[in-house]
Design a protein around this ligand. Structure first.
Ligand SMILES: NC(=O)C1=CN([C@@H]2O[C@H](COP(=O)(O)OP(=O)(O)OC[C@H]3O[C@@H](n4cnc5c(N)ncnc54)[C@H](OP(=O)(O)O)[C@@H]3O)[C@@H](O)[C@H]2O)C=CC1
Ligand SMILES: O=C(O)[C@@H]1CCC=N1
Length: 264
């Protein structure tokens, strides 16, 4: 019997359900994905053996949880198409779409809004969840179990979800850009790309791990790496002059604002 129905078989859907399968939380026969593109459906069957269909309604019949993994721009159309279904729990990962819209769009279901992120693909995700008014503690636990398969989970009040989207939802792209820029800097300074990119990736990974494992404040780490008149303070001065700190802050705030727009 299908227990997890997924609307939209894209990147995030695959990231989540592939980990659920790898961790044996579901069997392939218990997951059904609806996806309009035939070649993508075929790909998902060949890779994972899950059930697939082009018919969204087929997914909803019998599912215990319906995971919405389509783009937010088509949420209204999907709610019109499926709003009369009675799946116990709708879990949405759509940027911006508020619980009020989920609950109006799916009036017979409890709703949980989630913001995962791209590192979910390798089980290193960060997800925030906010439960709707009809969600039972058991359903919140169910959602947490789903997301725990792809990384860390934190429960937040819904009013924080757009800010979460701007930070951890969009953040992987901001960090990837920083890594690319560090690698470019290495190349500009004379390194071959094949050396520069692994150096940049491991520097970001190692710094994050150091901060996480020691609880060291970011400022303390910066101070530890800067010797008087040394190389690091010379580079930091350039970053401050270029407004990099402010640029990251504005990126998160702009992404948060865009999430609010998508939901209005
Ligand atoms: N990408 C990210 O890092 C993150 C994304 N999200 C959220 O996850 C959601 C999905 O994003 P992502 O996986 O990146 O996007 P994708 O485009 O990879 O996935 C969306 C999928 O929905 C399919 N689709 C389109 N129309 C329909 C329809 N009418 N019925 C069923 N399926 C349909 C698309 O099919 P087709 O193959 O034809 O395009 C595609 O496979 C978004 O709402 C986004 O806000 C949340 C956190 C992080
Ligand atoms: O850009 C987007 O809309 C999605 C939501 C969070 C990350 N990516």
């Amino acid at each position: 019997m299908v227990q997890l129905g997924i609307i939209g078989g894209g990147m995030m859907a695959e990231a989540i359900f592939s980990r659920l399968l790898a961790e044996k939380i579901y069997l392939p026969s218990q997951i059904q994905v609806s996806e309009p593109r035939a070649d993508r459906r075929q790909e998902l069957v060949e890779r994972y053996g899950v059930q697939v269909t082009a018919d969204n309604r087929e997914v909803t019949s019998g599912s215990e949880i319906l995971l919405l993994a389509i783009k937010p721009q088509i949420f209204d159309a999907i709610a019109r198409e499926l709003g009369d279904i009675s799946v116990p729990l709708v879990v949405s990962i759509l940027a911006g779409i508020p619980l009020s819209k989920l609950e109006t769009g799916f009036p017979s279901s409890a709703a949980i809004r989630v913001m995962p992120n791209a590192p979910a693909t390798v089980g290193a995700g960060m997800s925030a969840i906010a439960a709707g008014s009809q969600a039972t503690p058991g359903q919140v636990e169910q959602a947490k179990t789903l997301l725990a398969a792809v990384g860390e989970v934190v429960e937040v009040p819904e009013k924080m979800m757009d800010a979460v989207t701007g930070l951890s939802g969009s953040g992987p792209a901001f960090v990837a850009l920083a890594i690319e820029a560090l690698s470019d800097g290495g190349v500009a300074a004379g390194l071959p790309r094949t050396i520069a990119t692994p150096l940049a990736i491991q520097t970001v990974l190692g710094t994050a791990q150091l901060l996480q494992e020691t609880g060291l404040h970011t400022g303390q780490l910066k101070d530890r790496a800067t010797s008087p008149g040394g190389t690091t303070i010379t580079g930091l001065r350039e970053l401050e002059q270029a407004g990099v700190r402010s640029a990251f802050m504005e990126a998160v705030v702009a992404a948060c604002r865009r999430s609010q727009e998508l939901g209005s």
